[in-house]
Design a binder for this molecule. Structure first.
Ligand SMILES: [Zn+2]
Ligand SMILES: [Zn+2]
Length: 173
């Protein structure tokens, strides 16, 4: 951690009280605090930010959409709890039929990341796990919204995001 660490003004959410952020990195922590990672919040470690409305994301979030950011795994650092993750994979994804592996905290169930066999060097992190909630409004604000055809009818999408009816492709990043 460098001198410009921001650890004040973090909201009281979950159990951990040791989240922080700098200009280039931030912690992401599960609800119970057992799993904590450091993630990049600028390129090239940060690849993109997006909301996904696909039907898998409804189930996996137990909500209507997922708020994600993609990172290069070489920038991902575990602070604690890597052995407290349960990994479960599913190869019936909506479009590609390729395997997606999900890493959940086995204590509290927070989904920390998803990984696709197509992009094994990337992780799809959850914006909501990042401890500095200011970043949800700034560097991690979703720039793209995907699977908009599957969006629930009572919600009208992400302000200012590029809307894509299907999956995120390399051309849409
Ligand atoms: Zn947990
Ligand atoms: Zn999805």
């Amino acid at each position: 951690m460098s001198n410009n660490v921001q650890s004040n003004n973090l909201p009281l959410s979950g159990v951990a009280r040791d989240g922080w952020s700098t200009e280039t990195e931030a912690t992401a922590t599960c609800f119970c605090g057992a799993v904590q990672v450091v993630v990049p919040i600028v390129a090239p470690g940060l690849v993109n930010t997006f909301v996904c409305n696909c039907f898998d994301c409804r189930k996996v979030t137990a909500s209507m959409f997922a708020s994600n950011f993609t990172i290069d795994n070489s920038y991902l650092k575990f602070v604690r709890g890597e052995d407290n993750l349960t990994r479960w994979g599913n190869n019936k994804t909506p479009t590609s039929r390729t395997e997606m592996t999900n890493g959940f905290c086995k204590t509290c169930g927070t989904l920390m990341y998803r990984r696709s066999e197509v992009f094994p060097n990337q992780s799809y992190m959850r914006i909501g796990t990042v401890d500095d909630f200011n970043l949800h409004e700034t560097k991690l604000k979703p720039e793209v919204e995907i699977f908009t055809d599957n969006r629930v009818g009572w919600w009208h999408g992400v302000d200012g995001a590029k809307a894509i009816s299907g999956a995120l492709t390399s051309a849409s990043k």
